[in-house]
Design a binder for this molecule. Structure first.
Ligand SMILES: Cc1cc2nc3c(=O)[nH]c(=O)nc-3n(C[C@H](O)[C@H](O)[C@H](O)COP(=O)(O)OP(=O)(O)OC[C@H]3O[C@@H](n4cnc5c(N)ncnc54)[C@H](O)[C@@H]3O)c2cc1C
Length: 519
């Protein structure tokens, strides 16, 4: 896209306000920022990386004055076109340099700037024996608190404490005109009148750019038990997961089908990886002997643990002391007895030991491209959805085989009421600038590489839409809406009208992440 006089004016103004180092307006790096994990969009006009909240406000004010679209980006680890636009001409706000945090132990609150990663937050809190209730997605090495809270995220801590939005007390948000809105009038509680904090969770940045987020603190429960179970059918898996989600004995649990267990996740469990994590497990073991016993168990289990059933569920249970962790494990075993069979616990042990692994999984186990699609189902829809989804895949089997497209499925509770069913699609296709920058030449040099494959990519795009349509048929909700999932069509007339009025009030020119959530 050619640069206009208008573009030159806003670029000069941003450079003057933030300094030239904080503004990228040319070069290959813009290609990286034009991609999320799945989709390639148009290059932004510029990427700005403010180093203070005042600088962020000033940059937003300048964009607003000149009528330039603004798109926030945290760690960039999403795949739902949340920060990718096909139109271009926007300024992308990279929040990565807003990375300070303040721990207020007396009031049990941590205040993070939006660009703090979950891995850095955990490292800072670990040093004080503290944690947040929800404590990050598996992508937390890159994913930020601001990004996760903006699109609703789950995983670590989710069975016990729910998703990211449930662990936020309040936020400071930079609105489209550059002003700073605080979502709670009290430091002590989110629940002081209508829940303004809730309004900004899951908004994908359409209401403003989060600058600071306050989260509650809890003491770390230092002792743990890891349990794994195998199931012969999805119905059994779901029954067990539902029981566990209601009992809330585990901090988190997640499930994998055989394809994922042996493929993408199993890859991390190869012999080399096991050796690498061995030292880590021993280092963190509650006592060294137990750590050693764990390692021996993992080594003996070998890859067979990954083939023990059609579905596997992995639990991490915590306790203030070993007795508490062991008691929870005993109670869970009692709940699952007769539904599945216990298998070696190497996968949850690995996840406990390395909760934020490097982002190798942005490509498949054979270097394929990867995109997950999910829906949050009510329990009474899960088994019926599974059957409908499998019927859809069966009807596409011939094309999938022809094009080399394959799938795996993964599951998680979202709290007692919701069951997240996630489908990962893999297909042979060339990498993008995102994969190259994220994984680096050395790692990629050891991976198979594919040529450009527009036929397979077009098929995957169409299959993704067909899968989303089945989710919709079964009444699923979605996190990480971005530009990928239907939203407004599911709202009542009243809800849609209220949301539009709020959007007009906060962003009258429609400049904040245009297109996300259908705005
Ligand atoms: C290997 C891998 C594992 C993953 N595991 C999980 C998982 O366990 N659970 C899970 O839920 N997801 C997971 N994800 C998806 C994704 O990483 C997470 O949802 C994560 O929360 C994204 O955070 P981010 O900082 O990278 O956000 P980004 O991708 O940068 O942005 C996400 C959205 O939020 C908006 N946004 C970002 N920052 C701000 C801000 N400061 N203010 C306003 N809007 C903002 C963006 O515009 C975009 O719409 C995984 C992804 C990968 C690649």
């Amino acid at each position: 896209m050619a640069t206009t006089a208008h573009d030159t004016t806003i670029l000069a103004a941003l450079q003057q306000a933030l300094g030239t180092d904080a503004v990228i307006e040319a070069g290959d790096r813009l290609d990286y920022f034009a991609n999320d994990v799945y989709r390639s969009g148009a290059r932004p006009l510029a990427v700005v990386r403010p180093t203070s909240i005042e600088a962020l406000q000033e940059a937003v004010r300048l964009c607003n004055e000149t009528g330039v679209a603004m798109v926030p980006r945290g760690g960039g680890a999403s795949y739902t076109d949340g920060y990718v636009r096909q139109e271009g001409g926007h300024v992308l706000f990279d929040t990565g340099a807003l990375d300070t945090l303040e721990i207020d132990e007396e009031n049990a609150i941590v205040t993070c700037e939006a660009g703090v990663t979950w891995a850095n937050l955990k490292a800072a809190l670990d040093a004080k024996g503290l944690r947040t209730p929800f404590w990050g997605p598996f992508s937390g090495i890159a994913a930020t608190v601001g990004g996760s809270v903006s699109q609703n995220t789950l995983s670590h801590g989710t069975t016990m404490h729910g998703i990211s939005a449930q662990s936020v007390i309040s936020m400071d948000v930079v609105l489209a005109d550059g002003s700073l809105l605080s979502t709670s009038a009290s430091k002590a509680t989110r629940f002081y009148g209508p829940d303004l904090t809730g309004l900004f969770t899951g908004d994908c940045g359409i209401f403003g750019i989060k600058a600071r987020i306050r989260l509650p603190l809890l003491p770390v429960l230092p002792k743990f038990e890891c349990l794994s179970y195998a199931f012969d059918s999805f119905a059994d898996y779901h029954k067990a997961s539902r029981k566990a989600a209601l009992a809330r004995l585990d901090d988190s649990h997640f499930g994998l089908d055989l394809a994922l267990s042996q493929g993408q996740i199993g890859r991390q469990e190869g012999v080399g990886a096991r050796l690498k994590i061995a030292a880590d497990i021993l280092r963190k073991a509650p006592n060294k002997l137990k750590g050693l016993a764990q390692l021996v168990k993992m080594a003996l289990a070998g890859e067979d643990a990954m083939k023990a059933g059609a579905y596997m569920c992995h639990f991490i249970l915590e306790g203030a002391d070993q007795d508490e962790a062991t008691l929870k494990a005993k109670q869970l075993r009692r709940l699952l007895d007769g539904i599945g069979r216990e298998i070696a616990n190497s996968i949850p042990t690995f996840v406990h030991s390395v909760p934020f692994a490097p982002l190798f999984n942005v490509l498949g186990p054979g270097g394929e491209r990867w995109v997950p699609i999910h829906g949050v189902l009510a329990h009474d829809q899960a088994v019926a959805f599974d059957a409908a989804f499998k019927a859809l895949i069966e009807s596409r089997k011939a094309e999938m085989e022809k094009l080399g497209v394959w799938i795996g499925t993964m599951f998680s509770p979202t709290g007692p009421t919701g069951f997240l069913y996630e489908v990962a699609l893999y297909w042979p296709e060339d990498r993008t600038a995102y994969h190259k920058a994220t994984l680096g030449e050395e790692y990629l040099g050891q991976q198979p590489q594919f040529a450009k494959n527009p036929d397979a990519s077009a098929f995957v795009d169409e299959l993704k839409e067909a899968i989303i349509a089945v989710y919709q048929e079964y009444g699923a909700g979605h996190f990480q809406l971005g530009r990928a999932y239907p939203y407004q069509q599911r709202l009542s007339v009243e809800a849609k009208s209220l949301l539009s009025a709020i959007k007009s009030e906060l962003d009258p020119k429609g400049l904040m992440n245009p297109g996300a959530l259908g705005f």
